[in-house]
Design a protein around this ligand. Structure first.
Ligand code: ASP
Length: 316
């Protein structure tokens, strides 16, 4: 039996500590811990890593604190277009949806594409229709909106008007959630879900639903979910690059992941990822002020963090 493990991220667009109340930070940490436990419970019982990844992401999609599902970023039209993908490292099966507007939990739709269709990526209204057909929860687009995103959009639009967009913080701009897991059979999986970035043009799709860019998993090497300006992650084929460096250059997970964050970061963007290797080691590097993240490894302890300091949240 392999060691089991789960790792998550809640995006590298973390706010400076003083911009949120301690109550909100505590709730963010609690939701990270809830997400980890939701996934861990599944792999602990012998369930599949794909199921664990989905369960962990659903918790973060339902939380207002992350840019995915409820609490997702707003487009330039002040509504939401959501992207998600999932990959099974055992089979290299994958599913994704992009620019969807009414699916309560986009990660469930990504998994349904993988398991209930012959396709890999479905876009826009047909993806919303597919989700409805397979029985997923459908919500009005306004379900995803929170006051924090409305304020961030107003602030970004004001900065854009004053031509000060370069001064917008990572947190005002974007975020994403992701999960990786290793189950007792040694199967790896990864998933990612996002609202993209605030004030994004309608129709823009980033790396999160693109297999190899925002999400990748292959048994024997690693599972990876990325966060940061998707255009660069697609150009760098970032998630796959971590796995390729391990496979072809014989690197360990840390070295491979650090090299990819450096490569992506060389484009002067904030970047982060969460990854797990075939031995159950989780690694979540980032080059920003902070990145919401968490992990449970073989010792069964729950660790979460938003900035540099790591909090132990008890046994899984
Ligand atoms: N990668 C996401 C995107 O480009 C955004 C993010 O992770 O910050 O849509």
């Amino acid at each position: 039996m392999a060691d089991i493990a789960i790792g998550i991220h809640g995006g590298c667009g973390t706010l400076a500590k003083d911009l949120l109340s301690e109550k909100d930070w505590a709730e963010t940490r609690q939701h990270l811990a809830d997400s980890l436990r939701a996934g861990w419970t599944i792999v602990k019982k012998g369930g599949r890593s794909v199921e664990a990844v989905e369960a962990a992401i659903v918790v973060m999609e339902n939380s207002p604190h992350f840019n995915a599902g409820h609490g997702a970023a707003l487009t330039e039209n002040a509504d939401h277009e959501l992207d998600a993908s999932i990959m099974d490292g055992a089979t290299l099966g994958a599913g994704a949806i992009c620019a969807v507007r009414t699916i309560r939990n986009p990660i469930k739709a990504a998994r349904a594409v993988m398991e209930k269709s012959d396709l890999l990526l479905i876009t826009g209204q047909p993806a919303d229709d597919f989700a409805r057909r397979v029985g997923l929860d459908i919500v009005p687009n306004s379900y995803f909106t929170t006051q924090r995103r409305v304020d961030a959009l107003a602030s970004l639009k004001a900065k854009a008007e004053r031509q000060e967009i370069a001064m917008a913080s990572e947190a005002e701009r974007h975020g994403t959630v992701g999960a990786v897991a290793l189950d007792a059979k040694g199967n790896l999986a990864a998933g990612t879900s996002t609202g993209g970035f605030n004030n994004k043009p309608v129709g823009r799709v980033g790396d999160s639903p693109i297999i190899g860019a925002g999400t990748y998993a292959a048994n024997g090497s690693c599972a990876v979910s990325c966060t940061g300006m998707g255009e660069i992650f697609i150009r760098r084929v970032a998630a796959y690059d971590v796995s390729a460096r391990m496979r072809y250059a014989g690197k360990g997970l840390r070295e491979a992941a650090d090299a990819v964050i450096a490569a992506v970061g060389s484009h002067k963007i904030g970047a982060g990822l969460v990854s797990v290797d075939a031995g159950g080691k989780v690694y979540a590097p980032f080059n920003t002020l902070g990145m919401a993240r968490g992990w449970i490894e073989a010792d069964g302890k729950v660790y979460v963090a938003t900035h540099q300091d790591v909090h132990e949240m008890g046994a899984a």
